[in-house]
Every structure is written in structure tokens, then in C-alpha cells.
Design a protein around this ligand. Structure first.
Ligand SMILES: Cc1cc2nc3c(=O)[nH]c(=O)nc-3n(C[C@H](O)[C@H](O)[C@H](O)COP(=O)(O)OP(=O)(O)OC[C@H]3O[C@@H](n4cnc5c(N)ncnc54)[C@H](O)[C@@H]3O)c2cc1C
Length: 447
């Protein structure tokens, strides 16, 4: 420690206990909302802690806007989407082909992807969280964990009021980055095997004032938009390391969302690097907007109406658990006796270093399963992961991470924690996974 650092030590002080829960969920993104609603509906006194002022995480603070087709996810995710649609905040994708009917035992119509309105999503999630009986806290950020042997006793949180602890019998880490697991000393991995690089970040933004009909004609006549983008690159009007423009038309007339900025080499868990990424992301957003105005029909009078409050982090820590899901499991439609969710989204890797996107997945009409073991962090008895950062390789993570599947993972983690609490189990590993699967099935999940 150098002399300046040694001047700033904090004296030991007693921290006030802000609250206690049977199940505490950290992070109100798609995984955390799924986990908290499921835990509360299954009888646990549940607290949901979020650092921003809205639930949804990447869905809302990240302005994500699009949801992929989800033929193998139902349950809580379908409920959320039904609510968003009923409130006028959903526009089903017109370009995608209808998906094949679900596999044996999967009732109902296949799930079609589409675009949602992030403001409607925020309101729906507020309502569903409160109606489930969850006690929410906004504006709390986790800063540490107290661990006694294999149990987490409390997490340290910081707010405008200062530093407190929150205690709970079971904890669910849905922070995306695995912050509780990290503070509790659970082993983690980062990046791909060959060079430790992760997928790039993207700052999503919206443009308003678009002439939808003319924009549709230009953007949907493949490969016209891609060619226009390449022309602008050759002219030096675009510097972004992406091969094409990823954009979607919102349910709000004249509004389009862009998943087109690309920022490499930044770590989503380091505050300085996230700051740099936000600044570069906004620079790129305005560059894309200028391109759209100059080159693309229908955008001549459009303006940037909103940039996301937090940059989209596709990948950061991955938490080591009792089973590491691999690309083989994804591509060969792996099945598990403790499966708690299904998915068919492919290994979708936006190049960590340059242009291009890798896409390889299970055969058409097949799905892979996600085992409960991958949600159980090593060496801790009362913690579950309900986020993109479950135990998986860089490649498998790139498939598992999409929001329908993350909600399904969250629903499983919340249900599991509530069942553990109801049965007064000391260790989540003692939970009967057949009972967990049966409960999930009875509550609408495809398991
Ligand atoms: C640019 C981009 C585009 C994507 N495109 C799609 C797509 O089109 N369709 C799709 O389905 N998926 C897409 N994904 C993937 C998907 O959005 C994410 O994998 C998914 O949202 C992860 O959900 P999560 O709940 O694990 O994390 P998040 O959505 O990140 O939620 C984590 C929550 O925890 C909170 N939090 C984090 N740390 C703390 C802390 N220390 N204290 C308190 N709160 C904390 C955050 O504020 C946030 O609300 C995309 C992702 C990105 C980044």
C-alpha cells in the first residue's frame, strides 16, 4: 500500500440491519424479476434489490427492445409478455417465419419474437413485482457479503442513507455480473479460453421521427441496408466495427431502436472501463444516427430520442457451479435429469475483437436443457444464480443469455429457494429436483 492509500482507512463500525427476508434477490433484471416473483408466489417473504429506479435491467435500463422467438419458454416469461402486449407495448416481428410447433408435451402456440416498449415493460414489472407480494428496494447497490463457512449471512448494501446490511435465509444473485458470488469468494471465470476476451458491449439507442413505411422499404429489402452501410464505411462516414446495422421498429409509431454500436475490450465489472464504454457508445450512437439520416430512406428528419442509461454488457464473470454447461450441450440438444428450463437459441457470439458474429445451434425443432446444477455456485449452501452468468463456458453462455431463457432460469431459482425455505433445508443441494421440476411444470413452465 502506498502512503496516500494508507491515509484512508475506515474504522470498524456497526452496520444497521435494513431488512430481513426468507429469500433475497439481488438485481431486478429479467432473471431477478423472474426469481423474485416466483419466490414470493411460492410463499417466501421476498426482497428484490435493484441499483437503478426500475426493474428490467437490460430490458429497460439497457433499452434492449427486442425479444427473440421463444418456442421453448413459457411460464412467467409468457405472463410478462402477455401483460406487456395487453398494455399496448408489444409488436410481433413481421419478418420472422412462424416457428414449428413445440416438442411433445409442449402445449399452445409457439412463441414469436418481437419488439416491446421499454416504458410499458417498466410499468408491467412494477405491477407484477408488487402484486406478487415482493418487497422491492430501488437505489441499493451491493458492496460486500458476510459469509460464515458455507453460508452467506448478509450482504452489505449502500444507498443515499449510507451503508447497511440485508440478511436472508437464501440469496439469489441476479446481478448479471455475479456480484454476490464474487463478494462471497465463489470462483469465477472470465472470457474465452484462448485470450480471455469477452463479447463486446453495445449502447442501445432510439431514433424518433422516422417515416416508417419508407424506412421499412429500405431496411427490409435485403441486402440493401447492408450495402448502404458498407458504402458509408468506404466513404469514411462510419467507423464502427460492425458488419451491418442491427435495428428494430418499435411499437411506438416513428420510433426505431438500434443494437449497432460495438465496444470491444472493456470489462463490465470495472467502473472506469464501463465509463469509457458509455462515452464511446454515445459517440457511436450519434455516428449511426448521422448515417441513417444521410443514407437511409425515411430517416431524413429523425433524431436520437434516447440512449440507454446503462451500456449493454453481454458477458462478464461466469460463476463456477456444480456443472459447467458447454457448447456441446447446446449444439447436441443436451438433456439433464435436473433440467429446469429449455432453450433453442444458438451460440450467438458477437466477435470479441472485430467484425462478425458466430452462430451455431441445435438442429431445427430441437431444444437443449439447462440443469439446476449450473445455478448452484460451488462451496456455498444458500446461494443460487439467476442470471446470464450461470455456470457455462464462453460459448454456452452466448446461447443461454437471451431474456426468455434467463426469466425461466430466474423462475426456477426463485421457486427452488422458496421450496428450500418451506422445507427448512440447510443446503440447496438437498432439494429434491423432481419436486422442483414438478412445481415449475404445475406453474406453467416448460420443463
Ligand atoms: C446489447 C445487447 C443486446 C442483446 N440482445 C438481446 C435480444 O435481442 N434479445 C434477448 O432476449 N436478449 C438479448 N441480449 C441478452 C440479454 O439482454 C441479457 O443476457 C439478459 O438481459 C441478462 O439478464 P440478467 O437478469 O442476467 O441481467 P441484467 O438484465 O443485466 O440485470 C441485472 C440487474 O442487476 C442490477 N445490478 C447489477 N449489479 C448490481 C449491484 N451490484 N447492486 C444492485 N443491483 C445490481 C442491474 O442494474 C440490473 O437491473 C442482449 C444483451 C445485450 C447486452
Amino acid at each position: 500500500m502506498n502512503s496516500i492509500e494508507s491515509r484512508f482507512t475506515e474504522s470498524p463500525r456497526r452496520l444497521s440491519v435494513l431488512d430481513h427476508a426468507d429469500v433475497l434477490v439481488l438485481g431486478g433484471g429479467s432473471g431477478g424479476v423472474g426469481a423474485a416473483i416466483a419466490a414470493a408466489r411460492n410463499g417466501a417473504r421476498t426482497i428484490l434489490v435493484e441499483r437503478f429506479g426500475a426493474f428490467g435491467g437490460t430490458w429497460t435500463s439497457g433499452l434492449l427492445s427486442s425479444i427473440m422467438p421463444f418456442p421453448y419458454v413459457k411460464g412467467l416469461f409468457q405472463e410478462i409478455l402477455n401483460e406487456v402486449a395487453a398494455s399496448g407495448g408489444w409488436r410481433r416481428s413481421e419478418t420472422e417465419d412462424p416457428y414449428a410447433p413445440g416438442p411433445n408435451g409442449s402445449p399452445g402456440a409457439p412463441g414469436h419474437g418481437g419488439i416491446y416498449d421499454a416504458e410499458v415493460m417498466k410499468r408491467v414489472l412494477d405491477r407484477m413485482v408488487v402484486e406478487a407480494g415482493v418487497k422491492p428496494y430501488f437505489f441499493l447497490q451491493v458492496a460486500g457479503a458476510f459469509r460464515d463457512g458455507n453460508r452467506i449471512e448478509a450482504i452489505i448494501v449502500e444507498s443515499k442513507e449510507g451503508r447497511h446490511v440485508l440478511t436472508a435465509d437464501y440469496f439469489i444473485d441476479a446481478s448479471g455480473d455475479g456480484d454476490i458470488a464474487h463478494h462471497a469468494g465463489v470462483p469465477t471465470e472470465y472470457g474465452r479460453t484462448e485470450d480471455g476476451q469477452v463479447q463486446p458491449m453495445t449502447l442501445i439507442f432510439k431514433m424518433e421521427g422516422v417515416d416508417d413505411a419508407r424506412a421499412e422499404a429500405h431496411c427490409r429489402s435485403d441486402p440493401r441496408l447492408a450495402e448502404t452501410w458498407q458504402r458509408a464505411k468506404l466513404a469514411g462516414d462510419v467507423t464502427i466495427p460492425r458488419e451491418n446495422v442491427l435495428l428494430s421498429r418499435s411499437p411506438v409509431p416513428g420510433q426505431w431502436a438500434f443494437n449497432t454500436t460495438r465496444i470491444h475490450g472493456k470489462n463490465g465489472t470495472r467502473v472506469r472501463e464501463v465509463t469509457e464504454a458509455m462515452i464511446e457508445g454515445r459517440r457511436q450512437a450519434f455516428e449511426v444516427a448521422a448515417f441513417m439520416r444521410s443514407y437511409v430512406d425515411g430517416f431524413e428528419k429523425a433524431r436520437v430520442s434516447e440512449t440507454a442509461g446503462h451500456i449493454g454488457v453481454r458477458e462478464s464473470r461466469r460463476i463456477l457451479g456444480d456443472y459447467t454447461l458447454t457448447s456441446d450441450d447446446i449444439i447436441h440438444a443436451g438433456s439433464f435429469d435436473d433440467a429446469i428450463a429449455r432453450g433453442n437459441w444458438y451460440v450467438d457470439i458477437h466477435s470479441p475483437t472485430g467484425q462478425g458474429t458466430t452462430t451455431v445451434g441445435p438442429p431445427d425443432g430441437k431444444f437443449y436443457e439447462i440443469p439446476f446444477r449450473s445455478l448452484r455456485p460451488r462451496g456455498v449452501d444458500n446461494l443460487l444464480i439467476a442470471s446470464r452468468c450461470i455456470d457455462s463456458t464462453h460459448e454456452a453462455h452466448a446461447a443461454v443469455r437471451i431474456t426468455p431463457q434467463v426469466v425461466a432460469i430466474g423462475q426456477a431459482a426463485g421457486t427452488a429457494a422458496a421450496l428450500c425455505h418451506g422445507a427448512a433445508l440447510c443446503n440447496i443441494r438437498d432439494l429434491d429436483t423432481a419436486r422442483l421440476r414438478e412445481t415449475l411444470r404445475s406453474q406453467g413452465a416448460y420443463v
